[in-house]
Design a protein around this ligand. Structure first.
Ligand code: NAI
Length: 244
C-alpha cells in the first residue's frame, strides 16, 4: 500500500465502526485526518474530531472549512456517515424515508459540495463513498436502506463522470454485513442475540462477518495514489456474499 504522508483527509461518521477503522488506517499510512461526526469526542489524537451533522448544511460547511484550515487543505473525502432502517415498503413511514435519505444520500451531496473547492486544488484528490451490497442486491426487510444505497451507487458514478476532468476521482465500497457497533445494536435488540449472531455468520459464504478493518483497507486503497486510474468503481468487500 502506498504511503499517504502529506495527504489530508476528512472522514464523515468517523467516530465508530467502519469510519473509525478508516480514519485510523488513513492516519497509520501517514495522512492527517479530521473526523466529522455527531460524536467527535469519541475520537482521540492523532485524529482531529469535529462536530458535524451531515443533515445540516451549515454545520457541514463549517466543519469542512475548519478541517481544511486545520489540515492545510484537503485531498481525500470519505463519505461514510449512514443510518439504517428495517422493514418493507409497508413498514416505514414517509418521515423515516426522508430521514434515512437525508443522512445517507443528501449527506454525501452536502459534504462533497463543501469539499470540492478544496479537492480541486489537490494533485491527489479522491472521494470514497461507503455504499453497501444493498445497492445491488434485494435484501429482505431493507427496502428503504437498499433504496438509499442504490442512490449512493448512482451518485458515485455520476460524480465520477462530473469531476474526472478536474482530477477528482470518485469511487465507493460495497461492504457486506460488517461487525461494527451498528450490527451490535441490531443483535442486542434481537430476542436471542447469540443465536442471531450465529445465523448471521451462517449465511456468510466465509462463515463470518466482514471486519471494519477489511472495509477500511479497501477505502484506503481507493483513496490512495495507488488507485490513480480508478474512478467510477464499486469495490465489494462482502466475503463473497453477492458473487458466490
Ligand atoms: P456505526 O453506527 O458504527 O457508525 C456510524 C457513524 O456515523 C457514527 O459514528 C455516527 O455518529 C455517525 N453518524 C450517523 N448519523 C450522522 C449524521 N447525521 N452526521 C454525522 N455523523 C453521523 O455504523 P457502521 O456499521 O460503521 O456504518 C458506517 C457506514 O457503513 C454506513 O454508511 C453504513 O450504511 C455502511 N455499511 C455498514 C454495513 C454493516 O454491516 N455495518 C454494511 C454495509 C454498509
Amino acid at each position: 500500500m502506498t504511503g499517504l504522508s502529506g495527504l489530508r483527509a476528512v472522514v464523515t461518521g468517523g467516530a465508530s465502526g467502519i469510519g473509525l477503522a478508516t480514519a485510523r488506517a488513513l492516519a497509520a499510512q501517514g495522512a492527517a485526518v479530521a473526523v466529522l461526526d455527531l460524536d467527535p469526542d469519541a475520537v482521540s489524537e492523532p485524529l482531529l474530531g469535529l462536530r458535524a451533522d451531515v443533515t445540516d448544511d451549515a454545520s457541514v460547511r463549517a466543519a469542512v472549512e475548519q478541517a481544511a484550515e486545520r489540515l492545510g487543505g484537503l485531498d481525500i473525502l470519505v463519505n461514510n456517515a449512514g443510518i439504517g432502517a428495517v422493514g418493507t415498503v409497508e413498514d416505514n413511514p414517509d418521515e423515516q424515508w426522508h430521514r434515512v435519505l437525508d443522512v445517507n444520500v443528501l449527506g454525501i451531496v452536502r459534504t462533497t459540495r463543501a469539499a470540492l473547492p478544496h479537492l480541486r486544488r489537490s494533485a491527489h484528490a479522491a472521494v470514497v463513498n461507503t455504499c453497501s451490497i444493498g445497492a445491488t442486491a434485494g435484501l429482505p426487510q431493507r427496502a428503504l436502506y437498499c433504496a438509499s444505497k442504490g442512490a449512493v451507487l448512482s451518485l458515485t458514478l455520476a460524480m465520477a463522470a462530473d469531476h474526472v476532468r478536474e482530477g477528482v476521482r470518485v469511487n465507493c465500497v460495497n461492504p457486506g454485513t460488517a461487525d461494527t457497533p451498528w450490527v451490535g445494536r441490531l443483535l442486542d435488540a434481537a430476542d436471542d442475540p447469540e443465536a442471531e449472531r450465529a445465523a448471521l455468520n451462517a449465511r456468510q459464504p466465509m462463515g463470518r462477518l466482514v471486519t471494519a478493518d477489511e472495509v477500511a483497507a479497501a477505502i484506503v486503497y481507493l483513496a490512495s495514489p495507488a488507485a490513480a486510474s480508478v474512478t467510477g468503481t464499486a469495490l465489494a468487500v462482502d466475503g463473497g456474499m453477492q458473487g458466490l
